[in-house]
Ligand binder design. Structure first.
Ligand SMILES: *[C@@H]1O[C@H](CO)[C@@H](O)[C@H](O)[C@H]1NC(C)=O
Ligand SMILES: *[C@@H]1O[C@H](CO)[C@@H](O)[C@H](O)[C@H]1NC(C)=O
Length: 410
């Protein structure tokens, strides 16, 4: 464009000068006319040439502009092709996303979610458990209805028998039959048991010679052992939940079992070394453990004392937190709580397998006024006594019971 303007701006003065020249030609003579005409012709042809040049350059500029614009147009069209391609792709993707979302929504509506399935499974499991429990309760009622119906009413008195062994340990009598023997297992891990012929023999000052030292086939762990009918039942050390039954007459293992699900938590939070607590009551042999799947609550399992087979299992609502021990009387679990620093022990939770005594109906039962820290408590159904290990002291609590029916009638 600027080239065209340039050409025109040069052309205009030339044409002006031509007109002036023509005016002056008429006033002069014809001799000069020919010369001027020639000159003019020359100038005209020059002008024409320049015009054509100008035209050419203009057309070249136009051409160039045209080329450029066509180039741009091509580019633009290819861009629009690209854009439409992209748009098509985007549209395609968004269509697929929409479809997927709809499908997901459909599936979500049509099928139950994963958590629903899990909940249903848990519900089913719960129902099965409840059914099993019902069956077991019936069974338990049939077995024990007539021969055992007493409830603990009071921890009556305390007798400190001796101070022997470690700060932690267990001691007890064989609750079966008429045996007067006393057994002592000091510490929370060992393979040696001391056996005394009687409580009197045990309580005498010079007892070291009177004890029979029994070397066991393998180490025990914790403080939850019991002797029943001349057999020692204990948690085998370095196993999560293996229970051994050892004949004390020749120290041989006669049976063993794994208590499924047990051994993942200490039974009582205040006694972190004991994972399985065995107990004997009027009904027989029990194991108490804490189950993390039930919020760390205590679970009681009735074992066949001969074969160690699990007879039935009960999930209690009694917590293991701040518990230091527990025992069973006539199929009712009594859980003893204390504080980390040692204090006055109290029974704050009980669980009756017959469902006739309830925690919320029973008052808190206090142990005699004394600062204590029990590492084990064993009930003796014949003596109606608790054999406890209190910070290295072997102590006996006398308990008072009453007929369970009275509790149920209240
Ligand atoms: C095992 O117990 C015996 C007898 O109570 C005791 O003399 C011994 O030191 C104990 N061993 C360990 C490792 O505690
Ligand atoms: C251990 O003693 C019991 C009963 O006294 C007997 O039946 C058993 O065979 C004995 N075991 C061994 C290995 O001596």
């Amino acid at each position: 464009m600027s080239l065209l303007e340039d050409s025109l701006s040069r052309l205009v003065p030339v044409l002006l000068s031509l007109c002036l020249t023509l005016g002056s030609v008429q006033s002069q003579g014809s001799s000069q006319d020919a010369f001027i005409l020639q000159y003019l012709e020359r100038r005209l042809s020059q002008m024409e040439e320049r015009l054509s040049q100008c035209e050419q350059s203009t057309s070249s500029v136009t051409q160039k502009t045209y080329d450029l614009s066509s180039e741009v147009r091509t580019y633009l069209s290819s861009l629009s092709v690209l854009r439409s391609e992209v748009r098509t792709q985007v549209d395609g993707v968004s269509v697929r996303v929409d479809r997927m979302e709809r499908e997901l929504e459909y599936l979500e509506n049509k099928m139950p979610t994963q958590s629903d399935i899990e909940m249903e499974e848990a519900l089913l499991e719960q129902q099965i458990k409840a059914a099993e429990l019902d069956q077991l309760k019936k069974k338990a009622k049939i077995i024990v209805e007539n021969d055992c119906s007493t409830a603990l009413t009071q921890i009556k008195s305390l007798k400190i028998v001796k101070k022997a062994g470690d700060t932690h340990g267990s001691w007890f009598k064989d609750p079966s039959g008429q045996s007067a023997k006393v057994y002592l297992l000091s510490g929370v891990r060992n393979d040696t048991l001391l056996e005394y012929v009687s409580l009197q023999s045990f309580s005498e000052r010079t007892t070291s010679s009177s004890a029979k030292v029994v070397k066991l086939p393998s180490h025990w762990q914790g403080t939850g052992h019991v002797v029943y009918n001349g057999f020692l039942y204990y948690h085998k050390a370095d196993t999560p939940n293996q229970i051994l039954k050892v004949d004390l007459s020749n120290s041989t293992v006669v049976d063993n079992t794994l208590l499924q699900g047990a051994g993942r938590l200490p039974v009582y939070s205040l006694n972190p070394d004991t994972y399985l607590d065995l107990a004997v009551d009027e009904l027989g042999l029990w194991v108490i453990h804490a189950d993390p799947e039930y919020g760390g609550n205590l679970v009681i399992t009735k074992l066949d004392k001969v074969s160690l087979a699990v007879e039935y299992t009960w999930d209690t609502q009694c917590r293991s937190h701040d518990a230091e021990g527990a025992f069973l009387i006539c199929g009712t679990l009594y859980v003893v709580y204390n504080t980390r620093y040692g204090g006055r022990s109290t029974i704050q939770c009980l669980y009756d397998i017959h469902d006739t005594i309830h925690s919320n109906e029973s008052p808190v039962l206090f142990f005699p006024k004394r600062y204590t820290s029990h590492s084990s408590i064993h009930y003796h159904p014949g003596d109606k006594q608790l054999y406890a290990w209190d910070d290295g002291y072997q102590t006996i609590y006398r308990v008072e019971t009453r007929r369970n029916v009275q509790v149920a009638a209240e």
